[in-house]
Design a protein around this ligand. Structure first.
Ligand code: ADP
Ligand code: ASP
Ligand code: MG
Length: 406
């Protein structure tokens, strides 16, 4: 008997009608003879509302308690969905992340799944039940509740599929697949029939929230076939897999607003400066993304780098505390965004980066940073230009006159 893991996001379980619709999809799979695990997120904007409640209490709150709070949203969804399934005459049982055996490390609010202790899940499945599991949550070694980062229910679903040898993991969401760019932002965005794990991982890591990046990483590592599709329509979705039929030069475009640029001017042009700065930041767990250093001139050089917005102030403070690093000025710009084009075929074709720069130039958009990898080109621009940049790049790489993706 094959096992299906079905995951439904917040909008898909947002009210009674939608919960019953989800229950009907689960029931259909179960009636077809599959074992069924359903992973759900918190309803609608519940997680944001919980964060707002916490913010009313104060700032710099203990992260252990934050996880205690945030994990409650998913518990509501599992109970309601299991009840709806009972109403439809299906045996169902709801399990929290910890009851389902999801074990994580202890980095509260951004914990990583370490393994899934699958005995209870198997036991319930063998009883013929539909097992409804709370996404986004787990238990650490101290038996404290953890959450695994915003959007993390996708990762819970893939972790369960991997732990149970699931045939497939279907991510049901509020769009009918993975698009060439966020269809809510870019006019003319097109649905992709398929995409490779590597491309999807880059898109998700570069800000395409349709899949949590760790879910893609995990699906690739364990060879879990993934499909992204709509919980509202029957339209075919997007398959995420190792190889695709067509090797596209550019598969998609993503934007990330969670970026701040830190600039240091006038540091000494001597060995060890970059090491001193970035070693200290790493020890303080600040993750640095892009780094640009100018060539030395008159004994000076400038260093700029990007961090997540919420880490910007902390990064500034760490540099200020470093008495052995001298500089002329130190500043932060949080009004920036990162735009990335991603495609597996990019490695073998020339001119993709220059096409990107041309499109931005023609739209009058200034590029602050550039970074490239085998299958990606990213730029940092002013955040006010984000929408225009996305549209200009989409028109360039996927527009009518260029036909299909190059
Ligand atoms: P869920 O609550 O189901 O997990 P999310 O809000 O996390 O849903 O993800 C779905 C959203 O991702 C879509 O509504 C869409 O606006 C956004 N999105 C961003 N980039 C893309 C893309 N390339 N393709 C499809 N959706 C995207
Ligand atoms: N409810 C969590 C969030 O809003 C997890 C998820 O939706 O995947 O981030
Ligand atoms: Mg999501």
């Amino acid at each position: 008997m094959s096992l299906m893991v079905l995951k439904f996001g917040g909008t898909s379980v947002g009210n009674k009608e939608r919960l019953f619709h989800v229950a009907a999809i689960a029931k259909k799979n179960w009636q077809q003879g599959h074992q069924v695990v359903v992973v759900v997120s918190a309803q609608g904007d519940t997680t944001d509302e919980l964060l707002e409640k916490a913010a009313e209490i104060g700032s710099d709150l203990p992260l252990r308690e934050m996880d205690m709070l945030l994990s409650t949203g998913e518990q509501i969804s599992i109970a309601l969905l299991a009840m709806a399934l009972h109403q439809l005459g299906c045996p169902a049982v709801s399990l929290t992340g910890w009851q389902a055996g999801v074990r994580t490390d202890s980095q509260h609010t951004v914990a990583r799944v370490r393994f899934v202790e699958n005995a209870r899940l198997k036991e319930e499945l063998e009883k013929g039940k539909i097992v409804v599991v709370a996404g986004f949550q787990g238990l650490d070694e101290q038996e404290d509740i953890t959450t695994i980062g915003r959007g993390g229910s996708d990762t819970t679903a893939v972790a369960l599929a991997a732990a149970l040898g699931g045939e497939k993991c279907i991510i049901y969401t509020d769009v009918d697949g993975v698009y060439t760019a966020d269809p809510r932002m870019v006019e003319g965005a097109r649905k992709l029939d398929d995409i490779t794990y590597d491309e999807m991982l880059e898109l998700a890591s570069m800000g395409a929230q349709v899949l949590h990046n760790r879910s893609v990483e995990m699906a690739k590592r364990h060879g879990v076939p993934l499909e992204v599709r709509s919980s509202f329509t029957d339209a075919p979705g997007t398959a995420v897999r190792e190889e695709t039929m067509e090797r596209k030069t550019v598969s998609g475009i993503a934007r990330d607003l969670d970026v701040a640029v830190i600039s240091l001017t006038g540091t000494a042009d001597v060995p060890g400066i970059a090491y001193q700065i970035f070693d200290r930041l790493a020890k303080e767990k600040i993750s640095v993304d892009m780094i640009v250093q100018s060539a030395g001139e008159n004994g000076c050089k400038h260093i700029c780098f990007t961090v997540q917005k919420r880490q910007g102030e902390r990064a500034l403070a760490i540099i200020r505390e470093q008495k052995d690093v001298e500089y002329a000025s130190l500043s932060m710009d949080p009004e920036v965004s990162k735009i990335s084009i991603v495609g597996a075929g990019m490695a073998g074709s020339s001119g993709v980066a220059s096409d990107m720069f041309q499109a931005l130039y023609e739209a009058g958009i200034n590029i602050m940073f550039i970074a490239t990898s085998e299958i990606k080109v990213s730029v940092i621009i002013k955040s006010q230009d984000t929408q225009r940049a996305m549209q200009a790049l989409h028109d360039k790489f996927f527009g009518e006159k260029d036909g299909m993706a190059r």
